[in-house]
Design a protein around this ligand. Structure first.
Ligand SMILES: C[S@@+](CC[C@H](N)C(=O)[O-])C[C@H]1O[C@@H](n2cnc3c(N)ncnc32)[C@H](O)[C@@H]1O
Ligand code: SF4
Ligand code: SF4
Length: 348
């Protein structure tokens, strides 16, 4: 199917995790290696290896859109050169950064080399809430200053990101007002998706399905007021959030289609189903990417239907929500999104 011996693969969307290192310790962070205790080893940014991996990826695949992520990608020295390499290979490049380490010089270079968009989480209009979520004092001030610098060049260039959780749900309206005041008309609102560090803070962060419905209703209303379009990038079971009820919000769907799903490659060359999934499918320095993907298709691992979704008429559009979160919590892709269990707990 992939013709891995001869042809270059065509991939719609790849998340490239440049480094595992980060200057923040967000309570909600899904990075899977943070999920199993405090003493996980984190390597300092390794430019040579990241560059070697990126070169191999771009040799094997035509990538439509490449999101630079991590960890915190701005910790990577010479990140501009990595981006330029991807731009020369024809990729549209998005920067996912916590915004605290950006300099005026970085922003100018990103503009010159044609970075498509910068996604910066601004978790509340209230600095104390933001800093408490990131566990880095002063992070709100630095992130918002830099987000304003980006938006001042071109408001569309900035995508502010709101991660909805119990810690900031009260601040939805003033936070969206703040995005609007910065000139942003395209924003991202993701529910907190359990995984990584977030598994250890789940009680403080996770909203019940009823609370999520109410929160997204409020996001939808505020977005309508400001003429904003909202992208919600964490797929959610349709029995928890019905996309048809939110006119101004476009919800991502989980898909096994290689052209649409956020295939994830880290700087070491490990390949995963998506950025939330902890399961390593193979390593591109050990075997061709096409062979890794073809093997996953053959095993049928991603083709399973969770037992409780078997008879559901919404299956084709829903696919059980975020099954990578099920992998993070239950260790298997065969179950539905754990957010549904919040509903069950509530009814008990
Ligand atoms: C893992 S971060 C890496 C890039 C960068 N360090 C940052 O925070 O923007 C990528 C994106 O995922 C978001 N994110 C992290 N943990 C999340 C979670 N548990 N649920 C939903 N989004 C999450 C972050 O806010 C950020 O927008
Ligand atoms: S979400 Fe981003 S900034 Fe926060 S700890 Fe994770 S990688 Fe770091
Ligand atoms: S497919 Fe599963 S998760 Fe989706 S709406 Fe149906 S029962 Fe809920």
């Amino acid at each position: 199917m992939f013709g891995w011996r001869r042809d270059k693969l065509k991939l719609g969307f790849v998340v490239f995790e440049l480094t595992d290192a980060c200057n923040q310790a967000c309570k909600f962070c899904y990075n899977h290696f943070k999920g199993n205790g405090d003493d996980y080893p984190i390597e300092a940014p390794n430019y040579r290896l990241a560059c070697r991996t990126l070169k191999r990826l771009l040799r094997e695949a035509e990538v439509g859109s490449l999101s630079m992520s991590g960890g915190e990608p701005m910790l990577m020295p010479k990140i501009h050169e990595l981006i330029l390499r991807a731009r020369f290979a024809g990729c549209s490049v998005n920067m996912l950064t916590n915004g605290t380490l950006l300099t005026v010089h970085d922003i100018a270079i990103f503009r010159d080399i044609g970075v498509n968009t910068l996604q910066i989480p601004i978790l509340a209009d209230d600095s104390a809430i933001h800093d408490s979520m990131t566990q880095l004092c002063g992070s709100w001030r630095r992130a918002t200053n830099n987000a304003r610098r980006v938006a001042a060049i071109e408001p569309r260039w900035l995508t502010p990101v709101l991660i909805l959780s119990r810690m900031n749900v009260e601040r939805i309206e003033p936070t969206l007002d703040m995005y609007a005041e910065m000139g942003c008309r395209h924003i991202m609102v993701n529910r907190f998706n359990i995984g990584g560090q977030g598994k250890r803070n789940a009680e403080r962060l996770m909203l019940t399905p009823d609370e999520l419905r109410d929160a997204f209703r409020r996001v939808d209303a505020k977005a309508g007021e400001h003429g904003m379009s909202v992208h919600s990038g964490v797929c959610t079971p349709h029995c928890v959030l019905n996309p048809k009820e939110y006119r101004n919000i476009l919800f991502t769907r989980c898909t096994t289609d290689i052209m649409s799903r956020p295939l994830t490659v880290n700087y070491r060359g490990d390949v995963r189903f998506c950025n939330h999934s902890p399961r390593v499918l193979g390593n591109i320095h050990k075997e061709p990417l096409a062979k890794i993907l073809a093997r996953c298709d053959e095993t049928g691992y991603f083709a399973t239907v969770p037992e409780k979704c078997n008879a559901c008429q919404l299956w084709e559009s829903c696919k059980g929500g975020c099954r990578a979160a099920a992998e993070q919590v239950y260790g298997t892709f065969t179950r539905r999104d754990p957010v549904i269990d919040m509903e069950i707990k509530r009814h008990k």
